[in-house]
Design a protein around this ligand. Structure first.
Ligand code: AP5
Length: 217
């Protein structure tokens, strides 16, 4: 099973990815998590991308494509994978297609911009694992602590309102065209194209999870 998650920042891609990867026993490949780990480790890649990420911009296609190409060669991807945050531009989608990497499903989670801004201000994450919480909609068992490790949760630097609005603009300019790209491909060549699944991303986490999983059978 090879799946792409598509949707605005804060639409719930990472949250739902946790359920889907568990169900299909495939790794979650989050470009955002990989880049944040590189920044934290202060690697060459991390130094290169730190500023652009903090201010809500997109990392260059060349860097991201190389990162994904390397990652999906790993043995844990042999039975499939879920791409969370990739592709994010048409050239990234074309790179995947050019390499002949067949994708089974594209899952779009649709949420409007104002809901996104309010959601991201309440997001908290566990840096070590990437586990995601929300102070109101999906709180941890103990306030401010990760459920599994008890370690402190943090707020992402790019979740400030001004940066979120910039990320949303970039999403509409550069990532939203992928919706048409995959829908057109599915209409023109249904035997080659990934199946396109769209769900409304507003409602309980469980109801959105159930809608997605029922369409992935
Ligand atoms: P990345 O980490 O991929 O961020 P993103 O796409 O902006 O997505 P998010 O992680 O912000 O949101 P999400 O949809 O996963 O939402 P979540 O499930 O957490 O990328 C970060 C940066 O890295 C980019 O800005 C860019 O610089 C760089 N980058 C990464 N990939 C790149 C690429 N391919 N090309 C170029 N640059 C790249 O949910 C959000 C919150 O809402 C949580 O608190 C959650 O608990 C809550 N929530 C979820 N569902 C619901 C619900 N139904 N109701 C209420 N609350 C909910």
């Amino acid at each position: 099973m090879r799946i792409i998650m598509l949707g605005a920042p804060g639409a719930g891609k990472g949250t739902q990815a946790q359920f889907i990867t568990e169900r299909f026993d495939i790794p979650q490949i989050s470009t955002g998590d990989m880049l944040r780990a590189a920044v934290k480790a202060e690697s060459d890649l991390g130094k290169q991308v730190k500023e652009v990420m903090a201010t809500g911009g997109l990392v260059s296609d060349d860097i991201i494509i190389a990162l994904i190409e390397e990652r999906i060669q790993q043995p844990d991807c042999k039975n499939g994978f879920l791409l969370d945050g990739f592709p994010r531009t048409i050239p990234q989608a074309e790179a995947l297609k050019d390499q002949g990497i067949a994708i089974d499903f594209v899952v779009e989670i649709a949420v409007d911009d104002e809901e996104i801004v309010s959601r991201l201000s309440g997001r908290r994450v566990h840096e070590g694992s990437g586990r995601i919480y929300h102070v109101k909609y999906d709180p941890p068992k103990v306030e401010g602590k990760d459920d599994e490790t008890g370690e402190a949760l943090v707020q992402r630097e790019d979740d400030k309102e001004e940066t979120v609005r910039k990320r949303l603009k970039i999403y509409h300019d550069q990532t939203a065209p992928l919706v048409g790209y995959y829908q057109d491909w599915a209409a023109e060549a249904p035997e080659d194209a990934p199946k396109y699944v769209r769900v409304e991303g507003v409602g309980s986490l469980d109801s959105i999870r159930d809608q997605i999983l029922s369409k992935l059978q």
